[in-house]
Design a protein around this ligand. Structure first.
Ligand code: COA
Length: 250
Protein backbone atom coordinates (compact mmCIF):
# COMPACT_ATOMS: atom_id res chain seq x y z
CA UNK A 1 0.00 0.00 0.00
CA UNK A 2 1.48 3.35 -1.03
CA UNK A 3 2.35 6.05 1.47
CA UNK A 4 2.18 8.66 -1.29
CA UNK A 5 -1.39 9.19 -0.15
CA UNK A 6 -2.01 9.63 3.54
CA UNK A 7 -5.53 8.92 4.74
CA UNK A 8 -6.32 9.94 8.28
CA UNK A 9 -9.14 11.07 10.48
CA UNK A 10 -8.48 14.51 11.92
CA UNK A 11 -7.39 14.25 15.55
CA UNK A 12 -8.94 17.58 16.44
CA UNK A 13 -11.89 17.91 14.07
CA UNK A 14 -14.46 15.17 14.60
CA UNK A 15 -15.98 13.60 11.51
CA UNK A 16 -13.31 14.81 9.07
CA UNK A 17 -11.39 12.38 6.88
CA UNK A 18 -8.28 13.84 5.28
CA UNK A 19 -6.85 12.50 2.00
CA UNK A 20 -3.46 14.08 1.59
CA UNK A 21 -1.08 13.89 -1.36
CA UNK A 22 2.36 13.00 -0.05
CA UNK A 23 4.70 12.76 -3.02
CA UNK A 24 6.18 16.27 -3.05
CA UNK A 25 9.42 15.13 -4.72
CA UNK A 26 7.33 14.32 -7.83
CA UNK A 27 4.97 17.28 -7.39
CA UNK A 28 2.34 14.88 -6.07
CA UNK A 29 1.94 13.24 -9.50
CA UNK A 30 -0.65 10.49 -9.12
CA UNK A 31 0.22 6.84 -9.71
CA UNK A 32 -2.21 3.95 -10.02
CA UNK A 33 -1.60 2.95 -6.43
CA UNK A 34 -2.43 6.47 -5.29
CA UNK A 35 -5.70 6.48 -7.26
CA UNK A 36 -6.63 3.14 -5.67
CA UNK A 37 -5.97 4.38 -2.17
CA UNK A 38 -8.04 7.53 -2.73
CA UNK A 39 -10.95 5.53 -4.21
CA UNK A 40 -10.87 3.17 -1.26
CA UNK A 41 -10.87 6.04 1.24
CA UNK A 42 -13.84 7.72 -0.44
CA UNK A 43 -15.81 4.46 -0.52
CA UNK A 44 -15.06 3.59 3.08
CA UNK A 45 -16.05 7.09 4.24
CA UNK A 46 -19.49 6.43 2.76
CA UNK A 47 -19.89 3.38 5.01
CA UNK A 48 -18.32 4.89 8.13
CA UNK A 49 -20.77 6.70 10.38
CA UNK A 50 -17.93 8.45 12.19
CA UNK A 51 -16.97 10.33 8.99
CA UNK A 52 -19.12 13.26 7.88
CA UNK A 53 -16.91 14.86 5.22
CA UNK A 54 -13.66 14.30 3.32
CA UNK A 55 -11.00 16.93 2.68
CA UNK A 56 -8.38 16.65 -0.07
CA UNK A 57 -5.10 18.44 0.61
CA UNK A 58 -1.75 18.70 -1.15
CA UNK A 59 1.61 19.86 0.12
CA UNK A 60 2.91 23.42 0.42
CA UNK A 61 3.10 24.97 -3.05
CA UNK A 62 1.71 21.92 -4.82
CA UNK A 63 -1.68 20.26 -4.88
CA UNK A 64 -0.88 17.80 -7.67
CA UNK A 65 0.87 17.73 -11.05
CA UNK A 66 -1.83 15.34 -12.26
CA UNK A 67 -1.47 11.85 -13.58
CA UNK A 68 2.01 10.34 -13.36
CA UNK A 69 3.29 10.65 -16.93
CA UNK A 70 5.52 7.60 -16.48
CA UNK A 71 2.36 5.60 -15.82
CA UNK A 72 0.78 7.08 -18.95
CA UNK A 73 3.85 6.14 -20.96
CA UNK A 74 3.55 2.54 -19.75
CA UNK A 75 -0.12 2.54 -20.76
CA UNK A 76 0.76 4.06 -24.12
CA UNK A 77 2.69 0.85 -24.82
CA UNK A 78 -0.59 -1.07 -24.66
CA UNK A 79 -3.89 -0.78 -22.78
CA UNK A 80 -6.37 2.01 -22.14
CA UNK A 81 -7.04 4.52 -19.41
CA UNK A 82 -5.89 2.77 -16.25
CA UNK A 83 -8.73 1.09 -14.35
CA UNK A 84 -7.54 2.77 -11.14
CA UNK A 85 -8.14 6.22 -12.63
CA UNK A 86 -11.73 5.33 -13.51
CA UNK A 87 -12.37 3.76 -10.11
CA UNK A 88 -11.22 6.96 -8.43
CA UNK A 89 -13.38 9.17 -10.64
CA UNK A 90 -16.45 6.97 -10.07
CA UNK A 91 -15.85 7.01 -6.31
CA UNK A 92 -15.51 10.80 -6.33
CA UNK A 93 -18.66 11.36 -8.37
CA UNK A 94 -20.69 8.79 -6.43
CA UNK A 95 -19.50 9.79 -2.96
CA UNK A 96 -22.43 10.20 -0.60
CA UNK A 97 -20.77 12.63 1.79
CA UNK A 98 -19.43 16.15 1.22
CA UNK A 99 -15.99 16.42 -0.34
CA UNK A 100 -13.97 19.62 -0.01
CA UNK A 101 -10.50 20.48 -1.25
CA UNK A 102 -7.70 22.90 -0.45
CA UNK A 103 -5.24 24.00 -3.13
CA UNK A 104 -1.99 25.83 -2.73
CA UNK A 105 0.18 26.09 -5.83
CA UNK A 106 0.19 23.70 -8.77
CA UNK A 107 -3.03 21.92 -9.72
CA UNK A 108 -2.55 20.25 -13.08
CA UNK A 109 -4.65 17.82 -15.12
CA UNK A 110 -6.81 15.79 -12.79
CA UNK A 111 -5.32 17.98 -10.03
CA UNK A 112 -7.62 20.62 -11.53
CA UNK A 113 -10.55 18.60 -12.86
CA UNK A 114 -11.23 16.74 -9.60
CA UNK A 115 -12.32 20.03 -8.00
CA UNK A 116 -15.23 20.15 -10.43
CA UNK A 117 -16.65 17.31 -8.30
CA UNK A 118 -15.77 18.78 -4.94
CA UNK A 119 -18.48 20.65 -3.08
CA UNK A 120 -16.30 23.49 -1.81
CA UNK A 121 -12.72 24.34 -2.82
CA UNK A 122 -10.40 26.76 -1.08
CA UNK A 123 -7.27 28.04 -2.83
CA UNK A 124 -4.39 30.44 -2.39
CA UNK A 125 -4.08 33.29 -4.90
CA UNK A 126 -0.71 31.89 -6.04
CA UNK A 127 -2.33 28.63 -7.15
CA UNK A 128 -2.22 27.65 -10.78
CA UNK A 129 -4.94 25.51 -12.34
CA UNK A 130 -4.03 24.05 -15.71
CA UNK A 131 -5.05 21.12 -17.92
CA UNK A 132 -2.53 20.53 -20.70
CA UNK A 133 -4.54 17.64 -22.15
CA UNK A 134 -4.43 18.78 -25.77
CA UNK A 135 -0.73 19.66 -25.57
CA UNK A 136 -0.14 16.06 -24.48
CA UNK A 137 -2.25 14.90 -27.46
CA UNK A 138 -4.99 13.82 -25.02
CA UNK A 139 -8.57 14.94 -24.39
CA UNK A 140 -10.33 16.19 -21.24
CA UNK A 141 -11.24 13.65 -18.55
CA UNK A 142 -13.22 13.37 -15.30
CA UNK A 143 -16.37 14.57 -17.11
CA UNK A 144 -14.74 18.00 -17.23
CA UNK A 145 -16.05 18.46 -20.78
CA UNK A 146 -19.58 18.31 -19.32
CA UNK A 147 -19.22 19.90 -15.89
CA UNK A 148 -16.74 22.73 -16.60
CA UNK A 149 -18.92 24.51 -19.22
CA UNK A 150 -21.84 24.31 -16.81
CA UNK A 151 -19.84 25.88 -14.02
CA UNK A 152 -17.81 28.46 -15.92
CA UNK A 153 -19.45 28.86 -19.34
CA UNK A 154 -18.15 27.82 -22.74
CA UNK A 155 -15.34 30.34 -23.21
CA UNK A 156 -13.64 29.80 -19.89
CA UNK A 157 -14.09 26.03 -20.11
CA UNK A 158 -12.60 26.11 -23.61
CA UNK A 159 -9.67 28.23 -22.40
CA UNK A 160 -9.02 25.77 -19.58
CA UNK A 161 -9.67 22.42 -21.26
CA UNK A 162 -8.79 22.94 -24.92
CA UNK A 163 -6.47 25.96 -25.10
CA UNK A 164 -4.65 24.76 -21.97
CA UNK A 165 -4.57 28.25 -20.44
CA UNK A 166 -3.46 28.50 -16.82
CA UNK A 167 -5.91 29.99 -14.32
CA UNK A 168 -4.59 31.75 -11.24
CA UNK A 169 -6.38 31.32 -7.92
CA UNK A 170 -8.27 34.57 -8.58
CA UNK A 171 -9.28 33.51 -12.08
CA UNK A 172 -10.38 30.10 -10.82
CA UNK A 173 -12.52 31.81 -8.19
CA UNK A 174 -14.04 34.14 -10.81
CA UNK A 175 -14.76 31.08 -12.94
CA UNK A 176 -16.55 29.28 -10.09
CA UNK A 177 -14.00 26.49 -9.77
CA UNK A 178 -12.94 27.84 -6.38
CA UNK A 179 -15.24 28.98 -3.58
CA UNK A 180 -12.86 31.06 -1.45
CA UNK A 181 -9.33 32.39 -1.61
CA UNK A 182 -7.06 32.65 1.39
CA UNK A 183 -3.39 33.04 2.25
CA UNK A 184 -1.24 30.03 1.32
CA UNK A 185 -0.50 29.25 4.96
CA UNK A 186 -4.22 29.22 5.79
CA UNK A 187 -5.38 26.82 3.07
CA UNK A 188 -5.21 23.68 5.19
CA UNK A 189 -6.85 25.16 8.30
CA UNK A 190 -9.63 26.76 6.27
CA UNK A 191 -10.33 23.62 4.26
CA UNK A 192 -10.49 21.48 7.38
CA UNK A 193 -12.69 23.99 9.19
CA UNK A 194 -15.17 23.89 6.30
CA UNK A 195 -15.13 20.09 6.32
CA UNK A 196 -15.70 20.06 10.09
CA UNK A 197 -18.65 22.44 9.80
CA UNK A 198 -20.26 20.19 7.19
CA UNK A 199 -19.50 17.05 9.23
CA UNK A 200 -21.28 18.53 12.24
CA UNK A 201 -24.59 19.04 10.40
CA UNK A 202 -27.43 16.49 10.44
CA UNK A 203 -26.04 13.82 8.07
CA UNK A 204 -29.26 12.73 6.39
CA UNK A 205 -30.33 16.32 5.66
CA UNK A 206 -26.85 16.98 4.22
CA UNK A 207 -27.05 13.88 2.06
CA UNK A 208 -30.46 14.66 0.59
CA UNK A 209 -29.65 18.35 0.04
CA UNK A 210 -26.33 17.51 -1.57
CA UNK A 211 -27.98 14.99 -3.90
CA UNK A 212 -30.51 17.61 -4.97
CA UNK A 213 -27.82 20.21 -5.62
CA UNK A 214 -25.51 17.82 -7.49
CA UNK A 215 -28.18 16.45 -9.80
CA UNK A 216 -27.94 13.47 -12.12
CA UNK A 217 -24.75 11.52 -11.51
CA UNK A 218 -25.46 8.92 -14.18
CA UNK A 219 -25.05 11.60 -16.82
CA UNK A 220 -21.67 12.48 -15.33
CA UNK A 221 -20.58 8.84 -15.19
CA UNK A 222 -21.65 8.39 -18.82
CA UNK A 223 -19.48 11.37 -19.82
CA UNK A 224 -16.51 9.98 -17.85
CA UNK A 225 -16.89 6.79 -19.86
CA UNK A 226 -17.26 8.60 -23.17
CA UNK A 227 -14.17 10.73 -22.51
CA UNK A 228 -12.29 7.61 -21.36
CA UNK A 229 -12.89 5.90 -24.71
CA UNK A 230 -11.29 8.83 -26.52
CA UNK A 231 -8.61 9.21 -23.85
CA UNK A 232 -7.63 5.53 -24.12
CA UNK A 233 -7.31 5.74 -27.88
CA UNK A 234 -5.30 8.97 -27.60
CA UNK A 235 -2.98 7.43 -24.96
CA UNK A 236 -1.93 4.87 -27.53
CA UNK A 237 -1.36 7.41 -30.29
CA UNK A 238 2.13 8.14 -31.57
CA UNK A 239 1.74 11.86 -30.79
CA UNK A 240 0.83 11.20 -27.15
CA UNK A 241 3.73 8.79 -26.71
CA UNK A 242 6.09 11.41 -28.18
CA UNK A 243 4.75 14.02 -25.70
CA UNK A 244 5.22 11.72 -22.67
CA UNK A 245 8.69 10.67 -23.81
CA UNK A 246 9.67 14.32 -24.29
CA UNK A 247 8.62 15.04 -20.69
CA UNK A 248 10.43 12.00 -19.28
CA UNK A 249 13.62 12.90 -21.22
CA UNK A 250 13.83 16.51 -19.96
N1 COA B 1 4.35 12.71 -13.80
C1 COA B 1 5.51 12.20 -13.38
N2 COA B 1 6.49 12.95 -12.83
C2 COA B 1 6.24 14.26 -12.66
C3 COA B 1 5.05 14.87 -13.06
C4 COA B 1 4.07 14.04 -13.66
N3 COA B 1 2.87 14.50 -14.03
N4 COA B 1 5.11 16.18 -12.78
C5 COA B 1 6.31 16.39 -12.20
N5 COA B 1 7.00 15.23 -12.13
C6 COA B 1 8.34 15.02 -11.58
C7 COA B 1 9.42 15.55 -12.51
O1 COA B 1 9.72 14.58 -13.49
C8 COA B 1 10.56 15.78 -11.55
O2 COA B 1 11.13 14.54 -11.25
P1 COA B 1 12.77 14.41 -11.10
O3 COA B 1 13.11 15.35 -9.99
O4 COA B 1 12.98 12.96 -10.76
O5 COA B 1 13.30 14.85 -12.43
C9 COA B 1 9.84 16.24 -10.28
O6 COA B 1 8.48 15.81 -10.41
C10 COA B 1 9.82 17.75 -10.13
O7 COA B 1 9.25 18.30 -11.30
P2 COA B 1 9.93 19.50 -12.12
O8 COA B 1 9.40 19.47 -13.51
O9 COA B 1 11.41 19.46 -11.95
O10 COA B 1 9.35 20.77 -11.32
P3 COA B 1 9.01 22.19 -11.90
O11 COA B 1 8.62 23.01 -10.72
O12 COA B 1 10.08 22.70 -12.80
O13 COA B 1 7.69 21.97 -12.82
C11 COA B 1 5.52 21.11 -13.33
C12 COA B 1 6.53 21.46 -12.24
C13 COA B 1 4.36 20.43 -12.64
C14 COA B 1 5.07 22.39 -14.04
C15 COA B 1 6.15 20.17 -14.37
O14 COA B 1 6.78 19.10 -13.68
C16 COA B 1 5.16 19.58 -15.32
O15 COA B 1 4.80 20.21 -16.29
N6 COA B 1 4.72 18.33 -15.06
C17 COA B 1 3.81 17.62 -15.93
C18 COA B 1 2.36 18.03 -15.65
C19 COA B 1 1.43 17.27 -16.54
O16 COA B 1 1.49 17.36 -17.76
N7 COA B 1 0.55 16.47 -15.92
C20 COA B 1 -0.34 15.56 -16.61
C21 COA B 1 -1.61 16.23 -16.96
S1 COA B 1 -2.70 15.13 -17.83
Amino acid sequence: MTDHIIVEQSATLPGVQIIRFNRPEKKNAITRAMYSKMAEALASADDDRSIGATAFLGTAGCFSAGNDLGDFLAVAMGGGMPREVLDFLYALVKSRKPVVSGVDGLAIGVGTTMHLHCDLTVASARSQFRTPFVDLALVPEAASSLVAPRIMGHQRAFALLVAGEAFSGDEAKDAGLVWKLCAAEDVEAMTLAIAATLAAKPPEAVRISRDLVRGDREEIIARIDEEARHFSARLQSAEARAAFEAFMRR
